[in-house]
Write a protein that binds this ligand. Structure first.
Ligand code: IMP
Length: 212
């Protein structure tokens, strides 16, 4: 019987996991999350760039699991706030942090700034393996923040982020459509050739073992 090679996704964010699973579903790889291996690791995101944080998460999970790992670090950059919340997007505003509290705090910070509130999502995806140097890929999705929430899908700032050139918020898009335009979708599509390169040998080994 064939055992698919395994890739661990280094996040506990359900929204991110769903998007990444959908983006990678064409590959012959079993996707795991930390909980599947009983791992509960808190990575301190104290890097000065998305790439640093993403690589730290990917390397930590790769070392803990012995598997190739894929991590994402992402954030929202708003021009009227000089690029904030940026790296702090997950820890923006008063605690306890929730998607609702972060959105409310962002709108409160923007209240005195003239519209449009130009913004972009940025994601860096890192891939780390026990036997290889890590590598990162970036994706950017331009848009603007709007004052009234629209849409039920997605997570985080999606209901107040309207995509450039459309009158849709991210939260009004379905999963496949969001992945087509999103920062994370763009970064992961760039990473797919490397995943195929990493897992290519394993896929060939599987075929050899099956036929022997
Ligand atoms: P981190 O990458 O875990 O540090 O978290 C990034 C934070 O940025 C998330 O908790 C969200 O608040 C926000 N964010 C990142 N990507 C998205 C997205 O696709 N939609 C909405 N919010 C996002």
């Amino acid at each position: 019987m064939k055992n698919n090679p395994q890739l661990i996704i280094a996040t506990n964010n359900k929204g991110k996991v769903e998007e990444i699973q959908s983006l990678l579903q064409g590959l012959d790889i079993a996707l795991l999350v930390p909980a599947d291996l009983g791992l509960n690791i808190e990575v301190i995101e104290n890097g000065t760039t998305y790439a640093e944080n993403a690589m730290k998460k990917a390397q930590t999970l790769s070392q803990a699991s012995g598997l190739t790992s894929l991590a994402d670090d992402s954030g929202l950059e708003v021009d009227a706030l000089n690029g904030k919340p940026g790296l702090q997007s997950n820890r923006f505003g008063p605690e306890p942090y929730t998607d609702t509290s972060r959105r409310a705090y962002l709108l409160h910070k923007l209240a005195d700034s003239p519209r449009p509130w130009a913004a972009r999502f940025r994601a860096t995806v890192a891939i780390a393996s026990p036997e290889r140097a890590g590598i990162t890929f970036e994706g950017v999705c331009p848009g603007e923040i709007i004052p009234d929430e629209r849409g039920e899908n997605g997570f985080g700032y999606d209901p107040i982020f309207q995509l450039d050139g459309t009158d849709h918020t991210m939260a009004e898009l379905g999963l496949i459509e969001k992945n087509r335009f999103s920062h994370r979708g763009k970064a992961i599509r760039k990473a797919i050739p490397i995943l195929i390169e990493i897992f290519g040998n394993n896929l060939i080994m599987d075929l050899v073992q099956e036929s022997s």
